[in-house]
Write a new protein. Structure first.
Length: 146
């Protein structure tokens, strides 16, 4: 699992220390060119990593459910390896957080949302229209809705 992946990353990067001329270039750490996220997304949208989705879905054995404690960077080891270990920890924490708060995700507004909006007994027409218009702008429109 994650521990094995972290150990593999650590052992493979240490093996090339004396042979820096044959190392592949370090990939960029951050990509700020990604599109903004929708309020609703699936686990498929967030997948990234060297292993397939099927491998990542296999339950980990007891004791390996979370990565080991992250050590403070001491400047003596490969910084790229340390950043990879941080990424492993952050991915684990992100997964735990989103699983815990999955019910809190904003649901997309649909035509059905608009159909459910009715004018209250004591609500003026102006207030009703204002409330309706606030919901309308949150609905993703398609060509057939125009």
């Amino acid at each position: 699992g994650l521990k094995l992946m972290a150990n593999h990353v650590a052992s493979s990067s240490h093996g090339n220390r004396g042979n820096r001329g044959n190392r592949s270039p370090t990939p960029p750490r951050h990509n700020n060119d990604f599109p903004p996220r929708s309020p609703v997304w699936s686990d498929e949208d967030d997948f990234s990593g060297p292993l397939s989705r099927d491998i990542m879905k296999v339950p980990l054995p007891a004791g390996l459910e979370k990565p080991p404690q992250l050590d403070t960077y001491d400047g003596l080891t490969d910084p790229d390896e340390h950043v990879q270990n941080i990424d492993i920890h952050l991915n684990y924490r992100q997964d735990q957080f989103t699983r815990h708060f999955t019910a809190s995700r904003a649901q997309p507004k649909t035509e059905a949302t608009l159909e459910a909006i009715v004018q209250g007994n004591d609500e003026s027409l102006q207030k009703y229209i204002e409330r309706f218009n606030k919901e309308v702008v949150q609905v993703n429109t398609t060509d057939d809705m125009k």
